[in-house]
Ligand binder design. Structure first.
Ligand SMILES: Cc1cc2nc3c(=O)[nH]c(=O)nc-3n(C[C@H](O)[C@H](O)[C@H](O)COP(=O)(O)OP(=O)(O)OC[C@H]3O[C@@H](n4cnc5c(N)ncnc54)[C@H](O)[C@@H]3O)c2cc1C
Length: 387
């Protein structure tokens, strides 16, 4: 099995590396310090045609799947984790729209996304069900040609900046049960939609994670994705794999930047009393080697999961579930290790290592959270249903 990027994907990766270096890296510290939503990153990605990474080629996109998404988010996450998160949530929502898109949805959303003219994002989480994102309480009522949406979402990445929001609601039928939900695309500026106060995160400070309320928001019926009550299919076939790979890539990128920062510090920090650098200290060589091996093992798991997912292999599920949890564990561990290896320079307020340590911590609480994923991985391997 080929677990490595294809020539086409390597070419896309090289383009992303060039633009992260020239357009995203110079602003990365300001994004964190001033909680700036990274419009410059999304524009640079749009200009390179990358907003359509997961849009089919016949609609003008790049036709990439899970592997492409994990490679691109890793590349951006290595430099600016907030930008990777914003791009990742756009790509997950794009995949949800694309999964069963009607002709109207192709023209209204997917083609503009591929042209770099439209940003979308995913809004599933609610205060009432917290990490259990598959249990929305937002309601949907059908009345001639429209739906009325009532409820609230929390922590919406790209909140207030995206052009559309993929939301989950209860199915409108009275017979629907808890857990039966539908997905809809809601356009920005829809009447009845109110943004709540900006949320100031401990890390991922540029992602503009905000709450939004829907008070009788009126959404055309044509914006329903798939059929009412399509929840199980969307959650496990599209949302989960794309979200898990977007996040696994982002947190792997953070882990890699911890390795990069440690490497730079060990090579450059010299002592006047001996004239040696830290790179010459055996104990630190061992620590650094362990960091590198941990990052490479995680990358192997992420690539394996993405490849199995793209091939639709029946045993892909535990790989997909495990890799986001492993990437979050790896990012936190390696950012912590870098904090030790880089000494006092790292342990200053808002150093780059401090920033990635804060960013890495978001990996554990973004749902499916690390706790939930580890339990689901065990259940999948033991032949038990996930829920
Ligand atoms: C930076 C960031 C960006 C986000 N972006 C988005 C977004 O774009 N769209 C979106 O929809 N959501 C987003 N979220 C929301 C996220 O996915 C979670 O829904 C949210 O973080 C859960 O927060 P909570 O306080 O309600 O958690 P709680 O539900 O209160 O959970 C607290 C802890 O309890 C654990 N826990 C709860 N139940 C179980 C269980 N059964 N088994 C094991 N452990 C359990 C959880 O793992 C978690 O660690 C974002 C969150 C963050 C932090």
């Amino acid at each position: 099995m080929n677990r490595f990027p294809t020539t086409r994907l390597l070419e896309i990766q090289a383009r992303v590396e060039a633009l992260t270096e020239s357009k995203i890296a110079p602003m990365a510290q300001r994004v964190d310090r001033e909680c700036i939503w990274p419009a410059h990153s999304m524009q640079a990605l749009a200009d390179e045609g990358l907003l359509g990474l997961n849009v089919a080629e016949n609609l003008g996109g790049l036709g990439q799947g899970l592997l492409g998404l994990s490679v691109v988010t890793e590349t951006i996450g290595r430099v600016c984790p907030s930008s990777a998160l914003c791009f990742g949530m756009h790509s997950v929502a794009t995949a949800v729209i694309a999964a069963k898109a009607t002709r109207y949805q192709e023209d209204q959303y997917l083609r503009p996304i591929a042209r770099g003219e439209h940003i979308t994002t995913l809004a599933l989480a609610e205060q009432g069900s917290g990490a259990h994102f598959w249990l929305p309480e937002t309601s949907l009522a059908a009345n001639d040609g429209h739906y009325r949406v009532n409820g609230a979402k929390q922590f919406v990445t790209n909140g207030g900046h995206a052009d559309s929001y993929v939301i989950s609601t209860l199915a409108s039928e009275e017979t629907s049960e808890l857990g039966d939900f539908s997905c809809l695309v809601v356009d920005r500026d829809t009447a009845g939609m109110t943004w709540l106060e900006a949320w100031q995160g401990f890390g991922m400070r540029g992602n503009s994670s905000r709450g939004v309320r829907f008070d009788d928001a009126c959404v055309p019926r044509g914006n329903l994705l798939g059929q009412e009550g399509d929840q199980v299919w969307y959650v496990f076939e599209v949302v989960a794999p794309y979200f898990l790979m977007a996040m696994a890539g982002t947190y792997l990128g953070i882990a890699q930047s911890a390795v990069d920062l440690a490497s730079n510090h060990l090579r450059s920090r010299g002592y006047s009393h001996s004239g040696e650098t830290l790179a010459g200290v055996e104990a630190l060589q061992t620590c650094f080697a362990e960091m590198w091996v941990t990052a490479e093992k995680c990358r192997g798991l992420v690539r394996e999961a993405a490849t199995r997912g793209d091939l639709g292999q029946p045993d892909a599920l535990p790989f997909l579930l495990a890799c986001k949890a492993d990437a979050a564990d790896t990012a936190v561990k390696l950012a912590n290790d870098a904090m030790t290896l880089c000494g006092g320079q790292a342990y200053r307020e808002n150093s780059r290592v401090a920033q990635i340590l804060r960013d890495a911590r978001a990996g554990h609480v973004m749902s499916p959270t690390t706790n939930i994923l580890k339990s689901w991985t065990g259940r999948a391997l033991l032949g038990l249903p996930l829920l």
